[in-house]
Design a protein around this ligand. Structure first.
Ligand code: NAI
Ligand code: MG
Length: 353
């Protein structure tokens, strides 16, 4: 099969790790009869500096003609981060109803967690982050600027449809795994949206008696990610809570440079978008130090979503064998290898499978 993939390398290390992952995907694809027809777009902060927009006016229509979207990261000093987020990522996530942001938190063999006493395989769970609404809203405003009474208001929007669909996805996922689902809440402090979130969670729990559910306040949940990450199987969280939890998740599996993520339209009516958890890392851009594994793992998630689990498993096996059997690690994992050296080891490992 051939897939039309829109690639948006973006800014900074996005432009370094996306080509690395494309090489790996092409290599694994050729062994499984999968061809990627990559269509590259230079939409980025640099594009914004030239045009005043993060993507052209018909950008979403152009993307809609593709099977999936493969993105690096956007964001660069000089362009405010809310411009790059709201000018590109948020419109794509919303227009294509990518209401699930799926983020695996798995400690790979050969990597030491910064946490103490975590055995190999001791961290292996999935965070399901709501990706279309919640705390990331456009409504609110600022008043009385420059006066002592100055204030800012930001609304959160939680809809029954939006909460229900992301939670159903999480319940289904838990049913396919060990059957445990934890919900991130804060209904003690946030007294309208979070009790609503909890109510829907309990309704769905009653419908899914085979899933063992638990609810944690977000602060306690964050502590539990550090103190006892082995207890989790699937975690469902709102947009902001899920965002914060998954950077923490990335940290406990060794580096944000390896953490993958998928913005999924589970119904497959629209393209999904695959991008690593990390950003454009301006501090290391251009030095060759970017870890490509997060982008490559993200590519494995794309293969899975396209219905090629064996090809995805081959990519994961190559990542594991590079980590376990070679010294090829980028500086974020304590090594000295470059993006290209790690990529070359991945291609060698793939050729051996
Ligand atoms: P960041 O993830 O870019 O960097 C955080 C730290 O992790 C830095 O020290 C960086 O060097 C390191 N790091 C990140 N990815 C790495 C990799 N693959 N290999 C090795 N080290 C890596 O987050 P930060 O600094 O908060 O944001 C930088 C820019 O990226 C901002 O403009 C931000 O808005 C943007 N950003 C974009 C995202 C996206 O496009 N999805 C997501 C997160 C941030
Ligand atoms: Mg984030």
């Amino acid at each position: 099969s051939t897939y039309r993939i829109a690639t948006i390398p973006g800014d900074g290390i996005g432009t370094e790790v996306v080509p690395a992952a494309q090489q790996v995907l092409d290599a694994v694809g050729s062994r499984h009869g999968i061809r990627f027809d990559w269509n590259e777009f230079d939409w980025s902060c640099e594009y914004y500096a030239r045009t005043g927009r993060m993507m052209p006016e018909n950008g979403l229509e152009v993307l809609a003609e593709h099977d999936q979207i493969f993105l690096g990261a956007v964001g660069y000093p000089g362009v405010p981060d809310h411009v790059s987020l709201w000018g590109l990522l948020v419109p794509i996530r919303r227009a294509f109803r990518q209401y699930v942001n799926l983020r695996p938190v798995t400690l790979l063999p050969g990597i030491d967690s910064p946490l103490r006493d975590v055995p190999a395989g001791g961290i292996d769970f999935l965070v399901v982050r709501e990706n279309n609404e919640g705390e990331y809203s456009e409504t609110g405003g600022r008043l009385y600027r420059g006066t002592p009474e100055e204030l800012a208001i930001q609304d959160s929007v939680f809809t029954r449809r939006g909460v229900d669909r992301v939670m159903r996805y999480a319940f289904d996922l838990a049913q396919c795994r060990s059957g445990r689902l934890a919900s991130a809440t804060k209904s003690n402090g946030i007294i309208h949206t979070m009790p609503f979130w909890d109510e829907i969670f309990r309704e769905l729990a009653a419908e899914h008696r085979d899933v063992e559910t638990s609810e944690y306040h977000i602060d306690a949940l964050a502590a539990m990610f550090v103190l006892d990450p082995g207890r989790f199987d699937v975690v469902v969280a709102s947009n902001l809570f899920g965002d914060i939890l998954t950077d923490l998740g990335a940290a406990i599996i060794g580096s944000i440079g390896i953490a993958p993520s998928a913005n999924l339209n589970p119904e497959g009516e629209h393209p999904s978008m695959f991008e690593p958890v990390h950003g454009s890392a301006p501090d290391i851009a251009g030095t060759g130090a970017a870890n490509p594994l997060g982008q490559v793992w993200t590519g494995a998630m794309m293969l899975d979503h396209l219905g090629h689990p064996q090809a995805a498993a081959d990519v994961m096996a190559a990542i594991s064998s590079v980590l376990a059997d070679t010294g090829a690690r980028t500086p974020d994992l304590g090594g000295t290898a470059s993006t290209q050296e790690v990529t070359a080891e991945l291609l060698t490992a793939l050729a051996r499978t």
